[in-house]
Design a protein around this ligand. Structure first.
Ligand SMILES: C[C@H](N)C(=O)N[C@H](CCC(=O)O)C(=O)O
Ligand SMILES: [Mg+2]
Length: 361
């Protein structure tokens, strides 16, 4: 079963409310979708999010990378040579991790379909259900409190609170949300690189002292400031989660060796797909570091692949796969079932999406 054709298109989905972080504001999702065909008629699907502020990629760069560079490197190869295919995708160009992820997701979708098995079972099959958090965009405190209450009313028990845009107001923001949602709700805080190391220590210490009861703080400082993150990690009690600082297995090793963070956020759009995500998770697990699976602004296509990766791996204990929950419409049917905070795996082959129905629309 050989790869015969690679096609690239667009997938669009409106967001319920604008998505705002310290890095950007987005009003609707517009991502690349990739279809990979085999000579016996199977189709694999993948998706790439153009998160230029984090991966440096745009719609045009992803399209070019897939059509002009990655596709020629994989056409004609047998789908069961999955390690060779991953190596080809990785080696044919530098960086461009989301473009690589879209292709690798489609390849793994095909690989599992070939065995008529759901991908999460072939990757390890550790669990059938996972629980995602939901993002609260950074806004004025009152709006964030309102959004947090609405998220809890939708059934979410874990909130990922975005901060870092106006650091002087961040303690007030988080404390107001804690007061509004009560002690039972888990709060994660994501600064998206918005603080300096000293600011981070001051803000996190105040949150600790004032009883905000935060589960973790994600990427407090600039992605390249590994020493700064180490300073934050060693001068606070709260768990620090590395996000933008870890794209590759090598960066994971550096962060772990330097004790620059307590936890690692793995995203397929940063790793270039599933094979490197597996490697980072194994490195982390061997060093006693647990991982989060995260996403960019992604639809159910690539988030489904991330859910399969998370369900497969015991060491992935935290889930931030809220892309579909942030959208007012689902672009595609099938795949894992997203119901509020619960994501339930199914036995459908591959990542489980109904590609033919999507293409026929
Ligand atoms: C969507 C997800 N919950 C999230 O917050 N991801 C961000 C980056 C997303 C983006 O800017 O597209 C993160 O974890 O930093
Ligand atoms: Mg983050």
């Amino acid at each position: 079963m050989k790869i015969s054709k690679v096609e690239v298109g667009l997938v669009e989905a409106p967001l319920i409310t604008p998505f705002k972080t310290a890095l950007r504001t987005v009003h609707s999702i517009r991502n690349i979708v990739v279809f990979i065909y085999t000579d016996n008629g199977l189709i694999g699907i993948g998706e790439a999010a153009p998160t230029h502020v984090i991966t440096g990629e745009t719609i045009s760069s992803i399209r070019y990378a897939i059509e002009e560079v990655i596709a020629p490197a994989i056409i004609g190869i047998e789908i069961d040579e999955i390690a060779l295919l991953s190596q080809r995708v990785d080696a044919c160009l530098y960086h461009n991790t989301s473009a690589k992820a879209a292709v690798e997701i489609a390849l793994y979708d095909l690989w599992a379909k070939q065995y008529n098995a759901p991908l999460y079972k072939l990757l390890g099959g550790y669990r059938k259900n996972i629980t995602t958090d939901i993002t609260i965009s950074v806004n004025d405190t009152d709006e964030m409190v309102k959004d947090s209450i609405a998220a809890v009313e939708r059934g979410f028990s874990i909130l990922k609170v975005k901060v870092g845009k106006t650091p002087a107001e961040d303690v007030e923001r988080v404390l107001a949300i804690r007061k509004a949602v009560g002690p039972e709700i888990t709060l994660r805080v994501d600064a998206n690189q918005g603080w300096t190391a000293k600011e981070a220590v001051k803000i996190i210490s105040q949150l600790e002292d004032k009883g905000a009861d935060i589960e973790l703080v994600e990427q407090p400082v600039h992605y390249s400031d590994v020493k700064g993150m180490q300073y934050v990690t060693s001068n606070t009690y709260t768990n620090i989660l590395a996000d933008e600082s870890v794209f590759s297995p090598k960066q994971a090793i550096e962060v772990i060796e330097k004790r620059a963070a307590d936890l690692i956020n793995i995203k397929l759009m940063k790793t270039g797909g599933i094979s490197k995500a597996q490697k980072i998770n194994q490195i982390a697990e061997a060093n006693g570091v647990v991982c989060m699976i995260g996403c960019m602004l992604e639809t159910k296509i690539s988030v489904s692949a991330a859910a399969h990766f998370a369900a497969a791996n015991k060491n992935v204990t935290m889930v931030d796969l809220d892309g579909p929950s942030l959208c007012s419409e689902d672009p595609i049917e099938g795949g894992p079932i997203f119901e509020g905070e619960n994501i339930q795996m199914t036995d459908a082959p591959g990542i489980g999406l109904l590609i033919e129905a999507y293409l026929a629309r």
